[in-house]
Ligand binder design. Sequence first.
Ligand SMILES: [Zn+2]
Length: 503
Amino acid sequence: MRIALLIVSIINLLGICSTNAQDRLYSNSFSLAEVSLLDGPFKHARDLNIQTLLQYDVDRLLNPYRKEAGLPEKAASYPNWDGLDGHVGGHYLSAMAMNAETGNAECKKRLEYMLSELKACQEAHALRHPAWGIGYLGGVPKSAEIWSTFKNGDFKALRAAWVPWYNVHKLYSGLRDAWLYTGHETAKTLFLNFCDWGIAITANLSEAQMQSMLDIEHGGMNEVFADAYQMTGDEKYLKAAKRFSHQALLDPMSMGKDNLDNKHANTQVPKAVGFQRIAELSKEEKYAKAGHFFWETVTSKRSLALGGNSRREFFPSVAAGHDFVHDVEGPESCNSYNMLKLTEELFRANPSARYMDYYERTLYNHILSTQHPEHGGYVYFTPARPRHYRVYSAPNQGMWCCVGSGMENHGKYNQLIYTQQKDSLFLNLFIASALNWRAKGIVLQQQTNFPEEEQTKLTITEGRARFTLMIRYPSWVQAGALQIRVNNKPIAYTTFSFWLCCS
Ligand SMILES: [Zn+2]
């Protein structure tokens, strides 16, 4: 395949790295508000997703939190997956934050409302449950019974419930995202209070008890504590991130041993996301090796061509690999959502084009396809079984995990198209978009119909600036076949580990 790039008016020399909204946590990111999607499949998916999101009733999503906080109920909780009340509300908060940042006024209004309601819930817990609930903010059914006993090392109620830590992790992430994307200080306060609760409720547990607790699916609890560490610089959060790291995965992965056969896949991926976040912030080699090896083994040995993994939610053994062509439950959408998060982290640590090759493959072939193109419903499983079909959710009815992660997937397509590092602008993805690079005072427009056409055109439509442009040399383009033209004249370029540098 070939791709031709037409670059207009790029001036290339040293520049200074800017600071942006996502710089709050992710050093190489542009703000979602700085990157606009132009007409194409991703903009269509983002716009349709907003329409879908706005069909959900916020008071119904919030009701589990009010109920557990002992506040009067304003609306009935949603049915389905009712042992996991509150998990979708956390994803929904993330989705509102993304779309508020890119300018949707209704999403911004809903974000503000959710944060004010959640603040009331956190305050109510502190008053009503001072023995265990200061800082708590969860919709987990029977919260009082679970956490009051858990605090003293009695896990009977915790184990009888459905993955409470997985559930609360979704709201941790939602609050972090509300702050990350919009800078909302209430979100930050609620998030850090909730982190303090997580530390207090586990303070009396031994290391062995912690590891026993981590046998149960718990999302990326280690990741959110690492985020809190970055937000505050307070070592207690880094310590908590390590305490919430499951050694049954950390140890073998850090030694390059793949022990994933027959393990629940989406229980493992978020743990690795947390390992890599800890590595990014603490520079500890063990965590870095674990995050890196997990990605390598899953993408090279345990993923299908579309980038997704797992069947019936589990990683099969090699001997059971043929299950994919027979099973009605193929790769799960949440797994790819989390694998892309891990890929973003590894790319920040080492901006190698192969990470973005995987990102592109999975974004186009799995994530984008998990949305119904007309009614916007979300997909749980993408079976590889010949002549099989997929099932889509309907608003206000399905409350699966992949509905929650799906709410987020289509709101951040503009997050990784461009990144920056030191003096360089990285063009990672060939998606029609416009970058308003505020720090440089330029607007760069990318016009493409990829993959319907094998070229993209970059135009500086406003301003002048000096910077180095790094264009991903896709693995699907033969060596030497990629052409670059500046103002319609072919130019020579330099390759750095599969990146092109325009000079
Ligand atoms: Zn899922």
